[in-house]
Design a protein. Structure first.
Length: 560
């Protein structure tokens, strides 16, 4: 007689005809007693190539013990992960966004193959978090997503620093503002151990999102990677997935329209990464929830900026933990009417119930009270206009440079733009235009933190604008517009920009315009020749063939 919760795995393990499968499992140590229990897949994004995910093997062991103690049988498997920070500014960065799809695909494929009854996705770096969530949404079996946690800040000359400071240090170094020795000292101390990048960059933005949406255990996202309690959080996640299985809580119960609205509010309130736009659009697609670019403008405009975090602010993710955690942020959003507290969570409680007892540290300055927001509106703005008919995304948290008009400086790839910055060829007032770096044209929509940080490090952060059909790291700051769509490779207007054209970037009016008339722009576009794909075989070729516009989250589902 099958265990009543073995709704899927019984097809693999039960009955005389499944003796060969059981024999294989016994070869690796599973017993009849193990195989009689619900089988929980543990999707681990561990990899030895980066600090973000380096510690996840240890956390996985604690998750598995939690599953066992709660009456399940865990089976761990791996996915891949690509470090944005390590690959930044190279051809390797093209693999980053592609990896989100591969992570989601591999979780989905493994779980469909082994027919797990429930899943825990252990994630940490930028693309593993949305990739893990997308895989869970597709499978729709009881699931929990566990974030591996933020890195602790480094110390440089008595000040907290993160990887953002190293990237900006490169710009300072190119201008002679810091020496070789100072850059080396900064490089040596900025990343002191395991964990994801330490500001409200993409990883911590998406970790915040997942807890606010209710797919991550309450209180789990804020605990840093190397904090003493991280193992206990992992153990509880293993127990919690068994509770979701018993209660029949599925991702479709969690990933509702209201939950997505809460997610956008959390990004706006924390000054989160522009990448959240891509990832939430893609996750909404996989969850079957209607979500549009304009939703980000509407929700960001009604949500105040409440959390003072890098890159636009002063504090790092570990400071959120000591201040009161994501639970305190969520409680603020609910109390202010900016988030719906009635949405369900994997804890079996409503979101409001999970944060009712959030503790605020006395005197903390990270998470502001509702009556003293840092800004009255949130950190994301979607721009549209004749240069971006399908939108572009800019992060305005912490920025004062919100309107810019200047001559275009046109670059056909990221490398040439970076060379121009480091060679001192970019002047006050310029608008840097980097094109053919979109989802299909790149392919892979590279992040531009190397360039944007060099601009800021060179002292041009408040006097130069940049726009691209590529994207930005969560650590990017300044007037930088990404995700310009349609992209150049698909005939978007950005392909027709010429050196010296006057460009207007207006975050107040939500406008991105080139100052030429419609007929002239159309005539230019008609002369733009379609380029040969940069890769004609392999994973990049397949991705470029399938990927949709940033407007749709750069998803790769085929059209039927």
């Amino acid at each position: 007689m099958s265990h009543p919760l073995k709704q899927h795995s019984k097809t693999i393990t039960d009955g005389a005809t499944r003796a060969p499968a059981r024999s294989y499992y016994k070869a690796i140590g599973f017993t009849d007693e193990d195989l009689a229990k619900p089988i929980v897949g543990i999707a681990n994004t561990w990899i030895e190539c980066m600090p973000c995910n380096y510690h996840l093997r240890e956390l996985a062991e604690r998750v598995k013990q939690g599953v066992r103690d709660a009456g399940g049988t865990p089976m761990e498997f791996n996915t891949i992960a690509i470090s944005d920070g390590i690959t930044m500014g190279t051809e390797g960065m093209k693999a980053s966004l592609v990896s989100r799809e591969l992570i989601a695909d591999s979780i989905e494929l493994t779980a469909r193959g082994y027919m797990f009854d429930a899943l825990v996705a252990i994630v940490s770096c930028d693309k593993t978090i949305p990739g893990g969530a997308m895989g869970l949404a597709r499978l729709n079996v009881p699931s929990v997503l566990l974030y591996g946690g933020s890195i602790m800040p480094g110390k440089y000359k008595g000040v907290d620093v993160t990887i953002q400071d190293v990237f900006e240090g490169v710009g300072k170094h190119s201008k002679g503002l810091i020496s070789d020795a100072e850059l080396k000292e900064l490089e040596d101390v900025a990343c002191p151990g395991a964990g994801a990048c330490g500001g409200q960059y993409t990883a911590n933005t998406m970790a915040t999102v997942m807890e606010v949406m209710g797919i991550s255990p309450p209180g789990s996202a804020s605990v840093p990677a190397t904090a003493p309690g991280k193992g206990d959080v992992s153990y509880e996640a293993g127990k919690m997935v068994m509770q979701t299985l018993e209660k029949g809580i599925k991702p479709s119960d969690i990933f509702t329209r209201k939950a997505f609205e809460n997610a956008i509010a959390s990004v706006a309130a924390t000054g989160g990464s522009t990448n959240a736009v891509l990832h939430l659009l893609a996750l909404a697609h996989d969850a079957g929830v209607e979500l549009d670019l304009e939703d980000f403008n509407i929700i960001s405009e009604r949500t105040p900026l409440l959390v003072d975090l890098k890159p636009g602010g002063h504090y790092v993710a570990a400071d959120v933990w000591t201040a009161g955690g994501v639970q305190l942020i969520t409680k603020r959003l609910i109390e202010g009417g900016y988030a719906d507290g009635d949405v369900p969570t994997v804890a079996g409680q409503t979101l409001a119930e999970t944060v009712a007892h959030a503790q605020e540290s006395p005197g903390q300055q990270v998470i502001q009270p509702l009556d003293k927001p840092l800004k009255p509106t949130g950190g994301l703005v979607i721009l549209k206009g004749n240069l971006a008919p399908d939108g572009g995304v800019v992060k305005v948290a912490g920025g004062k440079h919100l309107v810019h008009r200047g001559p275009a400086r046109v670059f056909e790839n990221e490398e040439s733009a970076m060379n121009a910055v480091t060679a001192g060829k970019i002047q006050d007032g310029d608008v840097m235009v980097i094109r053919y770096e979109g989802p299909a044209g790149g392919p892979g929509m590279r992040e531009m933190l190397g360039v944007t940080a060099a601009v800021v490090g060179a002292g041009l952060g408040e006097t130069v604008a940049l726009l691209t059909d590529g994207r930005f790291s969560g650590a990017t700051r300044g007037l930088m517009v990404g995700h310009v769509a349609p992209e150049a490779a698909l005939g978007g207007p950005i392909a027709a920009v010429e050196e010296g054209d006057m460009i207007v970037v207006d975050c107040l009016q939500k406008k991105l315009e080139i100052e030429i008339d419609e007929a002239a722009l159309a005539a230019r576009l008609a002369k733009v020749e379609k380029r040969e794909p940069r890769y004609k075989t392999g994973v990049f070729a397949k991705y470029a063939k399938l990927v949709k516009s940033a407007k749709f989250g750069a998803i790769t589902d085929p059209d039927w």
